[in-house]
Design a protein around this ligand. Structure first.
Ligand code: FE2
Length: 423
């Protein structure tokens, strides 16, 4: 006797008519016509059952703060940074917790059950760190929140930042962050990468740095990050976020760089919604897109995830916690329109970030955690195309969210019967 069976599912790998059986929070079987009974049975009617969405790059300490203390009028990165500076002294722990919990509610409704969030540690009070550590515990039953100690103002450039970052790790923050391109010089940036990677190696932690988030092709900290990852045997535990300078780099240099990144086991995290809006802002025309070289890295075997980065905060006035919207933008910006590339875009918001975060048991296979999302779509490409409705969201085999199917019913002159259209 099982706890749950979801019958007649299509899976992201293309298998159809699969029954997924669950007991004690784990997937026990995935096969056609599962000969078993369960306390709860659901007929997926051929719709797509996907592992939950995973956001590899987010800022939960600033999310939903849109309009506080004022709106970013120009919509630029520089005004966003200034705005965050104005907001920081007025932040309270309660307000951060409240906004973060509200975001997590919305994320769950969208089938987003794991988020890696950077938390700004350039604040002697570590207010946001304390708040998000609290949120991490609060949401644990339904959402995996992984925190990155992120020195927004530069770990060497901002007085006291290294001590604060270390204190945040002592308090239980999971991952070491950094921002080498924002340090005073390239040499200081490289030095910050060394210090932070050594700190991670000493403590057995993962690394995820904001790296080269600039249009300057000479911003090459990804090279140093790969070097340090290899030197310190951190393969498979290091990610470079953004890497937008790579968009503008010389092709010959990139032909040397990518094999080094691959050899070092470093993953890449692009943030298509943010990269396409914030990069290339000094350009007239032609105007660069700014997103890193996603198809080229994938072809090299480098794991690439797509992150949301921001939702309704000083840097970005839009966003909805919908990782299909992120995949949709990544697909377009990267011109990833082949059948294989469109599927890779779906993986970039599900399985790839799960591997980067080191999530245990993510997937639709026997032994995996019974966390999954039933989508109103027949396959991953249709899911991206329609930003498909999350019909049902499950955590440990228990349904935690439901949304009715999105269907418009039309009554049109000249059409004999009412027409239905999936919206
Ligand atoms: Fe970021």
């Amino acid at each position: 006797m099982l706890d749950l069976i979801v019958r007649h599912c299509t899976l992201p790998d293309g298998r159809t008519n699969q029954d997924v059986g669950v007991a004690q929070g784990r997937i026990m079987a995935v096969q056609p016509a599962l000969p078993a009974q369960a306390g709860t049975e659901l007929d997926a009617q051929g719709q797509l059952l996907s592992p939950p969405f995973v956001d590899a790059h987010f800022h939960m300490d600033s999310t939903l703060s849109y309009g506080l203390p004022r709106v970013n009028q120009s919509g630029t990165l520089l005004e966003g940074i200034a705005l965050w500076g104005e907001l920081k002294p007025h932040l309270t722990q309660d307000a951060i917790v409240e906004r973060a919990l509200a975001y997590c509610d919305g994320a769950v409704a969208k089938g987003l059950l794991a988020i890696r969030s950077h938390v700004d540690v350039c604040d002697p009070r570590l207010l946001a760190t304390e708040a998000l550590l609290h949120v991490r515990e609060r949401v644990k039953p339904y959402l995996d929140l992984q925190l990155v100690a992120f020195p927004q103002d530069g770990v060497l450039r901002a007085p006291g930042a290294l001590a604060q970052l270390t204190r945040a790790l002592d308090m239980g923050v999971d991952v070491v962050g950094g921002i080498p391109h924002f340090e005073r010089t390239s040499a200081e940036g490289a030095e910050s990468v060394r210090i932070l990677c050594e700190l991670a190696a000493e403590r057995g932690l993962r690394v995820d740095m904001h790296c080269d988030e600039t249009d300057d092709p000479m911003s090459r900290h990804i090279e140093t990050l790969a070097f340090q990852a290899q030197r310190l045997s951190l393969q498979g535990r290091v990610a470079g976020s953004h890497l937008t300078s790579m968009h503008s780099m010389d092709n010959y240099y990139v032909s040397k760089l990518l094999p080094l990144v691959h050899e070092a086991g470093v993953a890449a995290i692009a943030n298509p919604l943010i990269n396409i809006t914030l990069q290339g802002r000094h350009d007239t025309y032609p105007k660069r897109r700014g997103m890193t070289r996603v198809p080229e890295m994938l072809a090299m075997g480098i794991p690439v995830a797509f992150g949301h980065d921001c939702v309704m905060d000083p840097w970005y006035s839009l966003g909805s916690g919908d990782m299909l919207e992120v995949a949709h933008m990544g697909l377009h910006v990267g011109q990833m329109t082949s059948q294989a590339a469109m599927r890779q875009c779906f993986e970039a918001v599900t399985t790839t970030p799960a591997a980067i975060l080191g999530l245990e048991g993510h997937g639709i296979a026997p032994g995996c955690r019974a966390d999954f999302v039933l989508l109103q779509a027949r396959d991953p490409v249709e899911a991206i195309r329609l930003r498909a409705t999350r019909l049902a969201v499950f955590r440990a085999g228990v349904q935690i969210a439901a949304t009715p199917p999105a269907v418009a019913r039309l009554t049109l002159p000249g059409r004999p019967q009412a027409v239905s259209w999936q919206v």
